[in-house]
Design a protein around this ligand. Structure first.
Ligand code: CA
Length: 504
């Protein structure tokens, strides 16, 4: 035999025996772990967790929530068909900032020290967040999209182009996205804690003829980074989410991940890709919702392609209600708020009752619904339970686990008895069962009738029974003084002096 051939064969034999030995060691190790009880059964391995948070998507937009919707949403509907659709889920606030605070910290936003996101980071240092907790227990964490919870430097990066107190200082190992809403300057991209390009140029405001100034391709005038294109934001964020999933697929596959995708849409500016223009029957807005639906589908496809779909819990929801006025409902025959009263910003249900779908193959029944009253603050305790982590004392004081609801364990129904939501004008409303108390008259939002002064002899607030009157048209304040008193007391017990806030 030729020397080099023999050498090769020897190597081959060595390698073969080494593999056999390695295989035997593995088998022995697995057997030993099983015997010790330390190898979790397949169904108890915690899932990856993906949260897709739409921006200003109404309860009545997805077809699976409103059969009369004039917008086709096949990908969101597919999620609902494969998971659980919540019908009484709420954002903690009717606008972006308090909503996001509640979701990431598991506590009501009125407990925050400040809402001045243009001046400071709103999540206090040391305040436990979902990504921090999951990262402490081995999860990899990433945030893609809109932050809108402030930075230490406000919106002006330091001399090193860095912004502190943002996602990577609050539990996320990576971030790619925007400082705030896509209609609020300055407009620039951030990667991790670094501003990609400084907003050294200026852009004029944008509006769309035929729509209210707060709708259409609306954005405010202000500073913008060279090359920044509003229309590129939704596609770029979708790509970034897909790339992040691919990264997790290629690296350390056995480690779990938490991916928070905070889309900037269908918030203004409404800029649907050409493929979706004139596709819906709800005008430019409906077309943009179809683009959002497409983005959801692409993220789900990425999970499939990386073979994560079966081992990932996906939450799809929205951060608050839609910007959709009465004249829009009349014009298109489409109500973004569904059957509920009010829109984004309002204390009424249309401001904060949102679509929420949870897909978790093998654990959450397909095509199921849950009527459990819940809000985004409950995601912290839910993920904690799902990942088999103990929630530290003092963290997430307003969070209740939905795990029993998700897994159909009726005997362990969650303990949330009341729920407080915050309107765009910081009116706090309280729910107890079917009863909802809004302590003022008016919408609590940005429309003319924000807070209406009571005339002599009129009730000073609003009380509704949502089981009988989900559209909040029949004020029961005067018929049920005992309920008004009880809910007022419950609300006062929970709330403290609220910080001054900025509107958006
Ligand atoms: Ca929003």
């Amino acid at each position: 035999m030729h020397r080099s051939q023999r050498h090769l064969d020897t190597n081959y034999l060595d390698t073969k025996y080494l593999w056999r030995a390695f295989y035997c060691v593995c088998i022995f190790h697995v057997a030993w772990l099983s015997h010790q009880g330390s190898l979790p059964a397949a169904e108890t391995v915690p899932p990856n967790i993906v949260v897709i948070l739409a921006d200003d998507l109404g309860y009545g937009d997805p077809r699976c929530y409103n059969s009369d919707s004039k917008i086709e949403t096949p990908h969101i509907d597919k999620l609902a068909a494969e998971g659980m659709r919540f019908t009484d889920a709420h954002s903690c606030g009717s606008v972006c900032v308090p909503s996001r605070y509640g979701l990431l910290t598991g506590r009501y936003p009125f407990r925050a020290a400040s809402f001045e996101w243009r001046k400071q980071a709103l999540i206090e240092p040391g305040r436990l967040t979902i990504p921090q907790l999951l990262q402490q227990h081995g999860y990899r964490t990433a945030c893609v999209g809109k932050w809108h919870l402030g930075f230490d430097e406000g919106t002006t990066p330091d001399k090193h182009r860095r912004l502190h107190g943002g996602p990577v200082d609050r539990g996320f190992q990576s971030f790619f996205g925007l400082p705030a809403s896509l209609d609020l300057p300055p407009y620039f991209w951030i990667r991790d804690a670094t501003c990609v390009d400084l907003a050294t140029n200026r852009i004029e405001k944008s509006n769309t003829p035929g729509w209210d100034p707060s709708q259409g391709a609306f954005w405010r005038a202000g500073a913008i980074a060279p090359g920044f294109q509003h229309a590129e934001v939704l596609p770029k964020l979708t790509e970034a989410a897909i790339e992040q999933i691919a990264h997790y697929g290629k690296n350390q596959r056995n480690r779990r991940f938490f991916l928070y995708v905070a889309l900037t849409a269908p918030h203004t500016p409404w800029l649907p890709d050409a493929r979706f223009q004139d596709r819906s029957r709800a005008g430019l807005y409906g077309d943009f919702v179809m683009h959002v639906d497409h983005a959801v589908g692409r993220i789900m496809s990425a999970l499939e392609e990386q073979a994560f779909a079966k081992e990932t819990l996906v939450v799809f929801t929205s951060d608050n209600g839609p910007v959709w006025y009465r004249e829009n409902v009349q014009r298109f025959g489409h109500n973004s708020s569904g059957t509920f009263r009010g829109i984004k910003g309002d204390a009424w249900e249309g401001g904060h009752r949102v679509p929420m779908i949870v897909r978790w193959p093998g654990r959450v029944a397909e095509n199921s619904t849950a009527s459990q009253m819940t809000c985004h603050a409950d995601l912290m305790a839910t993920f904690t339970a799902v990942a088999d982590i103990d929630l530290p004392t003092g963290a997430g004081e307003d969070t209740y686990s939905l795990l029993p609801v998700l897994t159909g364990d009726a005997a362990n129904s969650p303990s949330r008895r009341t729920m407080i939501t915050q309107s765009g004008r910081n009116v706090l409303s309280i729910r107890e069962g079917a009863w909802k108390l809004i302590p003022v008259l008016g919408s609590g939002g940005f429309l003319r009738a924000t807070k209406v002064a009571a005339r002599p002899g009129e009730p000073s607030g609003q009380l509704y029974n949502l089981d009988e009157d989900p559209g909040e048209t029949n004020n029961r304040w005067e018929q049920h003084p005992e309920i008004v008193e009880r809910l007022t007391t419950l609300l006062k017990q929970q709330t403290v002096a609220m910080p001054r806030t900025s509107r958006k």
